[in-house]
Design a binder for this molecule. Structure first.
Ligand code: NAD
Length: 255
């Protein structure tokens, strides 16, 4: 199946919906998809940042809390490309982990992707074409201490992605995960600044000695690099790529 106009990255005629589109990786995905010609719906709970991202991309913003009971209710069903990207972290040992935070991470990173897929798959099936891209993490296949909710959610998202791939296959719908190591986003930059203050060391040293110890390449991944893999997965040359995971982790999982 080729794209509407035949160019590999030309998404004109397609409609995309990106969650967590106000910041970081989600915003980079929205920009890349819009540049490729897709009409983009940007979903985020942060009204200010999603409005700003919508201006940048010429897309339509939707202020939605994905942890809500029915986050898909007011979102469009006519979506050809769904990027499940919104996420958050909470770090604590299991015996001190607040149960409500554990539930919140599952709701935003597993239940909402399920509900959104459920919402848009009928349209994709009807058109005989669709792309679901789930922004997972190295933590979709590896564990780190104190990240029980995040690791459980990302493993769950990887499983959900594979089931969507199997069910979508007869309908021209693919589903894949993109799984980064540490990416230069506000989330991570704040952690770097905090760690530098806490340890009394330079931010570069925090990256090399604290955060990037498991990356063979001692640099943060850029959001645009993640977005370019997402874009490729939505293009004309990836129709047989489904149920897969693409790690972008500077060599972390090679070890
Ligand atoms: P970010 O904090 O920069 O952006 C996340 C966005 O999601 C924010 O705009 C936030 O408002 C939105 N969001 C969070 N909870 C929401 C909710 N309940 N409803 C609606 N929107 C909500 O983070 P990022 O680093 O760009 O992360 C994006 C995705 O990439 C996440 O799923 C994260 O787990 C994943 N990821 C990030 C990294 C990294 O190093 N930054 C690494 C691997 C995976």
């Amino acid at each position: 199946m080729t794209s509407v106009t035949g160019h590999s990255d030309d998404l004109s005629g397609r409609t995309a919906l990106v969650t967590g589109a106000g910041s970081g990786i989600g915003r980079a995905c929205a920009v890349a998809l819009a540049r490729a010609g897709a009409k983009v719906h940007l979903v985020d709970r942060d009204a200010e940042s999603v409005a700003d991202a919508a201006r940048e991309t010429g897309g339509t913003e939707h202020v939605v809390d994905l942890a809500a009971e029915d986050p898909a209710r007011d979102l469009p069903t006519e979506v050809d490309i769904l990027v499940n990207n919104a996420g958050l972290q909470h770090v604590a040992p299991i015996h001190e982990f607040p149960p409500e935070r554990f539930t919140l991470l599952q709701r935003v990173m597993v239940t909402a992707p399920f509900l959104l897929a459920r919402h848009v798959l009928p349209h994709m099936y009807q058109r005989g074409w669709g792309r679901v891209v789930n922004v997972s993490s190295v933590h979709g296949s590896r564990a780190s201490a104190f990240k029980s909710a995040y690791v459980a959610a990302k493993h769950g998202l990887e499983g959900l992605s594979k089931v969507i791939a199997l069910e979508g296959a007869p309908h021209g719908v693919t589903s894949n995960c993109v799984s980064p190591g540490y990416v230069r986003t506000p989330l991570v930059e704040n952690q770097v600044a905090d760690q530098a203050r806490a340890h009394g060391i330079e931010p570069e040293q925090v990256l090399a000695d604290v955060m990037l110890t498991r990356h063979a390449i001692k640099q943060l991944v850029e959001p645009a690099e993640v977005a370019s893999v997402v874009l490729w997965l939505c293009g004309a040359h990836s129709g047989h790529v489904t149920g897969s995971t693409f790690t972008i982790d500077g060599g972390w999982t090679a070890q």
